[in-house]
Design a protein around this ligand. Structure first.
Ligand SMILES: Nc1ncnc2c1ncn2[C@@H]1O[C@H](COP(=O)(O)OP(=O)(O)OP(=O)(O)O)[C@@H](O)[C@H]1O
Ligand SMILES: [Mg+2]
Length: 366
């Protein structure tokens, strides 16, 4: 049989499907390959199949179809504890009656590891998460963030090369969550481990990951590094799900030379970059990021097509101005403008002209 594994892939899903009831597929034809050392995040709405994918990789669920490989070896028939994978879950589930050190030592004890080796590994894991002084505490005597760090240490104590994390920061408040995001990323980078991380928080996905797989309805909608995902969404779902986005509805009039001419529903014609539209007559949703829109006359470059807009709301936010406009019938059109001496402050009711570069305006599926 031909070797179908992509070169150098450490973790690989190939045509993986999953059904729990033998009828509905909750994971549909998943193909994914991670090189060693990658931090990959599965991002998507509730029920999109993220946890299911992680559970299949960990070995707690079996794929209905397809193959999952670790370091080139199919793991479909290898039980969870023999896969050498560390895991962190949302409810970190430390044993309450054990100290931190005992919590970490326990899984090693189960694996019949000697006492001195266990102590050494526990110490190393606690140092990694800067909790070396907490070995004698019980879970109830620590903050949420500290408990989360211990849960992370417990996943690292095996020195597994692959660590899976399912919404590990979900229970923490915003500030602590943001702090832990950097902490986890730093530890993963320092150790050179491969991480598959699950979240439905797009900011978390963008700040931590080398690449993000955006899930919807059991499928990967787009797999790309954060900047590419934000700047070059390949379909309307991704454009809407990642960051703030403006949409205008219209119909494709013409496609030629890498440009699409779109007639907006109010009759305006604009040039766009055709992303997943292919022929005249097709309905499209045009997508433009708020920070790509200009209204300052001096800044509207030559050749930029302009549209009329009415100011609905102008919010001074210090570093930026956030303005809500009515554009081509859409009164939820938001633009963000960097505060600078030459930028005009707007007032509700004001009529202005806005513009953007054709390449910043993407014609996506309707
Ligand atoms: N053990 C199970 N038995 C039957 N159906 C399940 C089971 N686990 C998950 N499902 C279903 O599979 C689909 C995908 O669930 P999954 O838990 O993978 O989603 P998720 O993306 O992790 O969502 P969330 O963000 O809410 O955690 C859902 O429709 C869910 O109801
Ligand atoms: Mg889940």
């Amino acid at each position: 049989m031909a070797d179908v594994s992509s070169d150098g892939a450490f973790v690989e899903f190939e045509r993986v499907q999953k059904s729990y009831d033998g009828e509905n597929l909750v994971v549909k034809d998943l193909n994914l390959a991670l090189p060693k050392g990658e931090f990959l995040t599965m991002l998507g709405p509730s029920g999109s199949g993220k946890t299911t994918c992680l559970m299949m990789l960990a070995g707690f669920e079996t794929a209905t179809h397809g193959d999952i490989r670790l370091d080139g070896v199919s793991i479909n028939n290898i039980p969870p504890h023999k896969r050498g994978i560390g895991m962190v879950f949302q409810n970190y589930a430390l044993f309450p009656h054990m100290t931190v050190a005992e919590n970490l030592s326990f899984p090693l004890e189960v694996r019949k590891m000697g006492k001195s080796e266990r102590e050494e590994k526990v110490k190393r894991a606690l140092d990694m998460v800067q909790m070396g002084a907490f070995g004698g505490r019980r879970p109830a005597q620590m903050s949420g963030g500290q408990q989360q760090r211990i849960a992370l240490a417990r996943a690292l104590v095996f020195e597994a090369e692959l660590v899976l994390m399912d919404e590990p920061l979900g229970a923490l408040d915003k500030q602590l969550r943001e702090h832990m995001q950097f902490e986890i990323k730093r530890i993963a980078d320092n150790l050179g481990i491969t991480v598959v991380y699950v979240t439905h928080d797009q900011t978390e996905a963008l700040t931590m990951s080398d690449r993000v797989a955006v899930f919807d309805d059991g499928r990967i909608q787009q797999l790309a590094p954060p900047d590419k995902l934000y700047e070059e969404p390949e379909n309307s779902f991704v454009a809407q799900f990642i960051g703030e986005n403006n949409t205008l509805e219209g119909t494709v009039k013409e496609i030629a030379n890498g440009k699409a001419l779109v007639e907006l529903d109010d009759g305006e014609l604009i040039d766009c970059k055709p992303i997943n539209v292919s022929k005249p007559g097709e309905r499209t949703r045009v997508s433009i990021r708020p920070e790509r829109v200009e209204y300052n006359k001096e800044r509207l470059q030559e050749g930029v097509h302009t549209l009329k807009a009415e100011v609905m709301e102008f919010i001074y936010m210090g570093d930026i101005f956030r303005t809500r406009l009515k554009v081509a019938g859409n009164d939820e059109f938001v633009i963000k403008t960097r505060n600078a001496p030459d930028v005009e402050r707007l007032t509700p009711g004001q009529q202005i002209e806005i513009g953007w570069l054709p390449e910043d305006c993407r014609a996506l599926d309707a």
